[in-house]
Design a protein around this ligand. Structure first.
Ligand code: MRU
Length: 370
């Protein structure tokens, strides 16, 4: 995506192939910092600390992590036991986004078919790069399909402003290009549709306030940041026409895990008759899980992320403590929105309802995995 006249992606391979370069998303929007990841441990740190985040990008970073694991041993290549161990560590870096295991396994399977160290390195590099390009293309297609929903609402409103609401950051920073939830937004904006986006702050780490607002602003999309609790009120007053969010894992029955607070938005949307769409590439479907609430692993993160807030104080980024020093905190990073609250999915293959039957109609080749 273009930022200040330059084409930028959140991840790329360095020219000499020795490092995976990532935008440090912890520092946005006030500082643009690029980190070089050279080892599997660097990748584990980047995923775990949310230097990189968002389900598709976590997957792509994991894929490059396998490449770095393979590069570690220069001459005769990594042995199978070490390779499996490193892949296991990568897959465990964050538990909720299913894209991580999907991408790591995909690179692992091509590496295992290669023999020499150099063949393995080349295979890992080609596959990781292919995953990144495919995800970019999937997001572009999500935009093409999803824009029809925005167009329809715009027509119904006689081309008056369409107000969208999104939660967290499911933008290009969370994917590679276009984003998932933001892809229809960018496509609508590019087509000249009059749109405005309500951006949920997304406590505790403020991905909406920091990242989605930065992305939309850089592209020129009209937007307003709001508190996490404002959405229901805005919906009650007819100020939201459409909700679009991303997801970290969606069951084949249509239950959606996404950033904590998504469920409450879906409830408010249902109560107010506002369409609630989830945008995702097929890599985010979990073809093994039926019951999202019972089965999707929900990451619990450091309580200090709730207790402290990071922001800008003059020229430096700083963290401040909000509650009484002794108050305990709890930090569930995701929640699950049951399929019954989801109006539909926007995927690279088209739009479907949130039911097993409709999802399988779009992806007939996906068998239920053991
Ligand atoms: O904890 P994060 O920032 O990785 O959470 C990200 C989200 O919840 C996104 O909505 C989701 O990964 C979809 S990204 C296209």
């Amino acid at each position: 995506m273009r930022v200040e006249g330059k084409d930028v992606r959140p991840i790329w391979l360095s020219e000499d192939g020795a490092a995976v370069c990532v935008i440090d998303q912890r520092m946005l929007p006030h500082e643009f910092v690029v980190l070089d990841l050279r080892t599997v441990d660097d990748v584990l740190f980047a995923i775990g600390e949310l230097v990189v985040r968002g389900a598709p990008l976590i997957g792509i970073t994991g894929a490059w992590g396998v490449y770095l694991a393979v590069c570690r041993t220069q001459s005769d290549g990594i042995d199978d036991e070490s390779l499996h161990r490193e892949c296991g560590r990568l897959k465990a870096a964050r538990p909720t986004a299913v894209n991580l295991a999907w991408a790591v396994d995909r690179v692992l399977s091509v590496v295992r078919q290669a023999r020499s160290g150099s063949e393995r390195r080349e295979a890992a590099r080609t596959e990781a790069a292919a995953i990144a390009e495919e995800e970019a293309e999937n997001c572009r297609k999500i935009g093409e399909w999803g824009v029809s929903i925005v167009e329809e609402i715009s027509k119904r409103k006689n081309e008056n402003t369409v107000h969208l609401l999104t939660h967290c950051n499911a933008g290009w920073l969370a994917t590679i290009e276009w984003g998932t939830a933001t892809a229809p937004i960018y496509a609508a904006f590019d087509r000249g549709i009059d749109i405005h986006v309500w951006v949920d702050e997304t406590r505790p780490l403020n991905q909406g306030l920091r990242l989605t607002a930065w992305e939309l602003g850089a592209y020129g999309v009209p937007h307003t940041v709001i508190t996490d609790n404002a959405g229901g009120h805005l919906m009650q007053h007819g100020m939201v026409d459409l909700v679009i969010v991303g997801t970290d894992r969606t069951t084949y029955t249509g239950d959606v895990a996404n950033k904590i607070g998504t469920y409450l938005k879906a409830l408010a949307a249902r109560d107010n008759g506002v369409p609630f769409y989830v945008a995702l590439p097929s890599s985010t479907f979990d073809w093994r899980l039926r019951d999202g609430v019972a089965e999707i692993p929900i990451e619990e993160r450091d309580p200090d992320e709730v207790r402290y807030v990071q922001g800008r104080d003059g020229k430096r980024t700083t963290r401040v403590l909000i509650p009484p020093a002794g108050s305990p905190a709890r930090n569930d990073a995701f929640d699950v929105t049951p399929a019954r609250l989801v109006t539909g999915f926007i995927t690279e293959r088209g739009i479907c309802r949130a039911s097993e039957e409709d999802i399988r109609r779009l992806f007939p080749e996906k068998r239920r995995e053991p």
